[in-house]
Design a binder for this molecule. Structure first.
Ligand SMILES: C[S@@+](CC[C@H](N)C(=O)[O-])C[C@H]1O[C@@H](n2cnc3c(N)ncnc32)[C@H](O)[C@@H]1O
Length: 300
């Protein structure tokens, strides 16, 4: 690691603090403060616990204090450390990407369960890939799969490409820019499955003013077509509706559409897939029993 080159003015030596002193002074919960201290110091939590009396160098201390201050102002931990774990792997994130959520691992498990019963190589498309967490995880878990990933955000796609390279599947995923199915224009092959965690938070949902959501791209959370402040019964559902309507044209016979949704939206999402012509539609709940995704199959 290069010298930080921090100047000390006069003869006063910087006051060195131990990791425990820094954590306590941060006023943050430990589960937030530790990752920030690891990122600032370049040392693992295990190392710092084992060498607990060792002071952290002035550069790392200053960086940690700055990160802690930003966190107290609400900036998500993942945007400060630059990464978040998803399905047991680290994904780089920045302010152009949604921070991967644990709930979204449900999509991976459902897609893998289907792929187990399916033919290989399976062709899958992740619509609205963000950090690339879904597409890259599927590529890694399904060795023979062919994966396409799309996003309307060029900056999100850039991060998804970086993550694919970092996790060793850069050559196996085709990234395409564009709005939903417009991104697939020109492709001749259909898919065995379409997976998507699209924006589904209603524009008028007060949660948008709380926690990490305040800092994440609004275009990743709320459908672009939603009018500001929309609190109507179908608010938040326009992207899922568009995906359901267009999916059949891109699916092989018996291919599946799998979409994540808000926990109060399942009945409406099932109705959207039904209206679009899907069969064998089923709602999927997470480990807490909350309805979080819907899967349906295109007729043969
Ligand atoms: C909820 S985020 C999901 C990101 C990632 N798949 C995940 O699960 O963490 C939705 C993603 O869809 C993209 N998106 C929003 N509207 C879109 C559209 N009309 N067409 C294509 N992508 C869109 C956003 O840029 C964002 O990356």
């Amino acid at each position: 690691m290069p010298e930080t080159g921090h100047a000390t003015t006069g003869s006063a030596a910087p006051v060195l603090k131990t990791p425990q002193e820094l954590l306590a002074a941060s006023q943050l919960p430990r589960h937030e403060a530790w990752p920030l201290l690891e990122a600032a110091s370049g040392r693992s939590r295990e190392f710092m616990i084992a060498h607990g009396d060792k002071a952290t160098d002035p550069g790392a201390t200053a960086l940690f204090e700055r990160m802690a201050s930003l966190r107290r102002d609400g900036v998500p931990v993942a945007y400060l450390t630059g990464w978040r774990e998803f399905y047991g792997r680290a994904f780089w994130v920045n302010r152009h990407t949604l921070i991967p959520r644990m709930e979204t691992e449900l999509l991976i498990e459902s897609a893998l369960a289907y792929a187990d019963r399916s033919h290989q190589p399976i062709r899958l498309c992740d619509l609205g890939t963000g950090s690339g967490c879904i597409a890259i995880t599927l590529a890694l878990e399904l060795k023979g799969s062919e994966i396409t990933a799309t996003d309307a955000s060029v900056k999100a796609l850039e991060m998804a490409r970086n993550n694919a390279a970092w996790l060793g599947v850069g050559e196996r995923i085709k990234f395409r820019e564009g709005r939903w199915f417009e991104a697939l224009t020109g492709l001749t092959q259909r898919f065995h499955g379409l997976v998507s965690n699209p924006p589904y938070v209603a524009a008028g949902d007060p949660h948008l003013q709380l926690g990490d959501l305040r800092f994440e791209p609004r275009s990743a959370l709320t459908p672009m077509k939603d009018a500001p402040g929309d609190q109507s019964a179908d608010a938040g559902l326009s992207d899922i509706a568009e995906i359901a309507r267009g999916a059949g044209q891109w699916l092989e016979p018996h291919g599946f559409l799998l979409v994540e949704h808000g926990f109060e939206q399942q009945d409406a999402v099932i109705a959207l897939l039904d209206q679009a012509g899907f069969e064998a539609i089923r709602g999927i709940s997470d480990q807490a029993g909350l309805p979080r995704a819907v899967m349906g199959f295109w007729p043969g």
